[in-house]
Design a protein around this ligand. Structure first.
Ligand code: AMP
Ligand code: GLY
Length: 429
């Protein structure tokens, strides 16, 4: 089979690493990919937005299956394009069409969907841009913290949590009044504040049944001890110690199955991954958000623990032949540590030379995230530069192996969190 992956980050590097091990694979292409992927497949200069080029490439290379890493192509209808184009219809496409991708692309859509199907989540109200005054009245009617969310995609920056009501009113002015996030904040969701540790549950589904992948939790804040601004993710751990079989049972009965039943009842087809961002509250697991793709950096911790052929699983999903079951999983703990550019998640320099990536250590994997090659030298290119996954018999061993590899790699101003693997917010106080 010839496989095309869209994306260029650590998540797509982990997909490529996993798919490259499949006996079903003939040729692997990654668009656009990164320098770390050249040993696993062919990186191609193909932009998903250039629809003519996509058709031309898929026909020329006889692509059988397309895997989409990030949410944007899905929210903007790449799945619909493949389903409708006469030369692409035969290709298995892993990822939902635009209608289902609204589960991630519109917080208002996701919340209304959860309400319709009694899926546990924070209480909320939505306000359009002509409802600024009502939004303010609503915020004034209760005590904080106040959770304000831009409805649309805002590159992970659209959620603002504030303790102070005056700050919350100002933020509503900025989001609804001054279009702080452009069209994404023309509707704002104001949500009840929940507490509890967070975890992510991933499934691969054909829209009816699903394969349950290993769970993970990510570390969103830039600073150790969960301090500083939010980032795209500074690390991840899998499995998650507080996700017991009982918790997972509730997630299945109260969240995953009702989500799939809801999609079916509303006649919304779905083939691909669903990432349930969850919080374990005192009342049980609740949904913080849906994502219509895998997480980054969670994927770099999750895929190395899967003991099955991922490509075969995706083909089953595309053919509607999935059986609800947990995927075969390796018992090891995986800890992923992200190496970021200095200044990230704010402004950061690019083009810093990277050394030490070719010194393998036992039980670790290196995934490129934001790297480039300049005159044969590997350099930094993005905020998140590399992701290292350590695998071990327990948290201690996984951590030791991850940081041993992290410490071999150097670039000027390299940032890493040293506390990946520590579980915060558990046990519940
Ligand atoms: P999101 O972009 O939806 O993943 O939200 C970013 C982060 O904001 C989440 O990972 C949570 O830590 C936090 N968050 C979002 N919604 C809530 C909520 N209703 N209560 C408490 N924290 C929340
Ligand atoms: N790590 C969170 C995300 O991928 O959205």
């Amino acid at each position: 089979m010839n496989v095309l992956i869209f994306g260029s980050g650590g998540r797509e590097s982990a997909f490529a690493w996993s798919i490259a091990q499949s006996s079903l694979l003939s040729n692997l292409f990654i668009a656009p990919g990164n320098p770390g992927l050249s040993a696993l497949g062919t990186c191609v200069n193909l932009d998903w937005r250039d629809r003519d080029a996509v058709v031309h490439f898929c026909v020329r290379e006889d692509i059988h299956i397309v895997v989409v890493g990030p949410e944007e192509p899905l929210v903007y209808g790449l799945g619909d394009f493949f389903a409708e184009h006469p030369n692409l219809q035969h290709i298995h496409f892993i990822g939902p069409k635009a209608e289902a991708a609204q589960l991630e692309g519109s917080k208002d859509f996701a919340k209304a969907f959860m309400m319709r199907h009694q899926i546990p989540t924070a209480g909320y109200r939505s306000f359009g841009k002509d409802e600024l005054e009502s939004a303010k009245m609503y915020v004034l009617s209760y005590d904080g913290p106040y959770v304000l969310k831009a409805d649309g995609l805002a590159a992970g920056k659209g959620v603002v949590i504030l303790d102070d009501v005056v700050e919350a009113l100002k933020e509503l002015d900025a989001m609804l009044g001054a279009a702080k996030f452009g069209a994404a904040s023309s509707t704002v969701v104001v949500e009840e504040f929940m507490t509890g540790p967070e975890f992510s549950v991933f499934v691969l589904t054909d829209g009816e049944r699903y394969v349950l992948l290993p769970q993970a939790t990510d570390y969103k804040r830039v600073g150790e001890g969960q301090t500083g601004p939010n980032t795209g993710g500074m690390g991840a751990i899998s499995p998650v110690p507080f996700v017991t079989p009982e918790v997972l049972g509730r997630v299945h009965t109260e969240i995953i199955q009702p989500t799939l039943d809801g999609l079916r009842d509303e006649e919304i087809p779905y083939c691909g991954f669903i990432f349930f961002g969850l919080m374990l509250t005192a009342d049980g697991p609740k949904v913080i958000e849906y994502n219509v793709r895998m997480g980054d950096p969670e994927t770099e911790a999750v895929l190395p623990r899967i003991d099955e052929d991922l490509l075969a699983l995706m083909i089953d999903a595309a053919r509607g032949e999935v059986n609800t079951r947990p995927v075969a999983t390796k018992p090891e703990t995986a800890i992923t540590v992200v190496l970021t550019s200095p200044g990230y998640p704010g402004d950061y320099p690019k083009g810093l030379p990277i050394t030490g990536t070719d010194l393998p250590t036992e039980g670790s994997l290196l995934f490129h995230s934001g790297t480039a090659e300049r005159d044969g030298q590997l350099v930094t290119q993005g905020g998140r530069v590399l992701a290292v996954t350590g695998l071990g018999a327990d948290v201690h061993e996984a951590k030791t192996r991850a940081y041993a590899r992290v410490d071999q790699i150097e670039f000027e101003g390299k940032q890493v969190r040293r506390d990946i693997g520590t579980i915060y917010g558990w046990p519940l106080k």
